[in-house]
Design a protein around this ligand. Structure first.
Ligand code: IPM
Ligand code: MG
Length: 363
């Protein structure tokens, strides 16, 4: 039996989770796997139920499971809460508690969705990037941080806010290994994205990445400044194989890259540790409270996250491929949720309908 902690958050969270669980149940019956789900609240939902966004019981449910599936957290109604009570804080907290330093975000455009891409077909096609984003360091966690006050030269007291962009060499080394190993299974190219023309922390990131590359002679390493990378992603995305980058640059570039695939609702992710704690799977999109409860959210990002779970947590490539194939078939047949629906040749589906079709296609 495999124990999966299912973290129920805000907005569309439960709709996408129940889609993903239908897929898991089907995979389980086809391949004779036996999944057991332990639901636990996180984010705004946990705050409502327990007064904190990341209850200790939720952390424990994760720690004793084999894998973690997360919906999404956040809602504008929590914008006025103290920073430590906000839903996003729970997401950062669980990533840190489970030591999930490596976030893998595959950006692969389905041929069937090329016309949904905002980029011209000849630019979007063949996009197949693995973004390896460091997830437990950088300005997200750096100390010192805060909002304080200072005296100006003319004697006024003004507010000042600050965060520290910081990486030590051990943190850089372990994420660089993940990027090179991932490239070895792909087209053997790593592009390290940073701001080394300005930032000291980026200069160290480059130095250590070069050092680690010596252990991966078969992988080609290049460097690119993040502003240029943002531009190259829309000019010529197929030049990239693996992008290795820090937490904040990875956050921004992965949202940008996701649109190449037609919708933010298509991109899955896996967050991995050193193997001593379970890995976590989540769509890269947020909780979308504006469309919650309407049965219109695209569940594919979460379904593909479950496919990644089969691969990385359960080493079950067949199950991974079956889920992926089912999604592709359903898209090929013209079924679309609202976010990827383009014209009347396609069939507009609800969340539940497209889930049912994907489930039926797994065999
Ligand atoms: C993501 C999200 C999170 C992040 C937010 C919700 C804290 O944008 O997973 O990309 O910034 O990491
Ligand atoms: Mg993000």
């Amino acid at each position: 039996m495999k124990n999966i902690a299912v973290l129920s958050g805000d907005g569309v969270s439960n709709e996408i989770l129940s889609s993903a669980i239908s897929v898991l149940d089907k995979v389980s019956s086809v391949y004779g796997l036996n999944f057991n789900y332990n639901w636990a609240p996180i984010g705004g939902r946990a705050y409502e139920e327990t007064g904190v966004p990341l209850p200790q019981a939720t952390v424990e449910a994760c720690l004793k499971s084999d894998a973690v599936l997360l919906g999404a957290v956040g809602d504008w109604k929590y914008d006025t809460l103290a920073p430590e009570l906000r839903p996003e804080r729970a997401l950062l907290g669980i990533r840190k508690k489970l030591n999930l330093f490596a976030n893998l975000r595959p950006v692969k455009v389905f041929d069937e969705l090329i016309s949904s891409s905002p980029l011209r077909e000849e630019i979007a096609k063949n996009t197949d990037i693995m973004i390896v984003r460091e997830l437990t360091g950088d300005v997200y966690f750096g100390e010192p941080k805060g909002i304080t006050t200072k005296q100006t030269l003319d004697g006024r007291e003004i507010k000042v806010g600050f965060n520290n962009m910081i990486y030590d060499e051990d943190e850089i080394r372990r994420i660089a290994h993940v990027a090179f190993q991932s490239a070895q299974k792909r087209r053997k190219k790593v592009c390290c994205v940073d701001k080394a023309n300005v930032l000291d922390v980026s200069r160290l990131f480059r130095e250590i990445t070069k050092e680690v590359q010596k252990e991966y002679q078969d992988v080609e390493l290049s460097f690119m400044y993040v502003d240029n990378c943002a531009m190259q992603l829309v000019l010529n995305p197929s030049q990239f194989d693996v992008i290795l980058t820090g937490n904040i640059f990875g956050d921004i570039l992965s949202d940008e890259a996701s649109t190449i695939c037609g919708s933010l609702g298509m991109l899955p992710s896996a967050s991995m540790s050193d193997g001593k704690t379970p890995y976590m799977y989540e769509p890269i999109h947020g909780s979308a409270p504006d469309i919650a409860g309407k049965n219109i959210v695209n569940p594919i990002a979460t379904i593909l996250s479950v496919a990644m779970m089969m691969n990385y947590s359960f080493n079950h490539v067949l199950a991974h491929d079956a889920i992926f194939r089912a999604v592709k078939n359903v898209l090929k047949e013209g079924y679309r949720t609202k976010d990827i629906y383009k014209n009347e040749n396609e069939i507009l589906c609800s969340t539940e309908k497209i889930t049912e079709l994907i489930v039926d296609n797994i065999n």
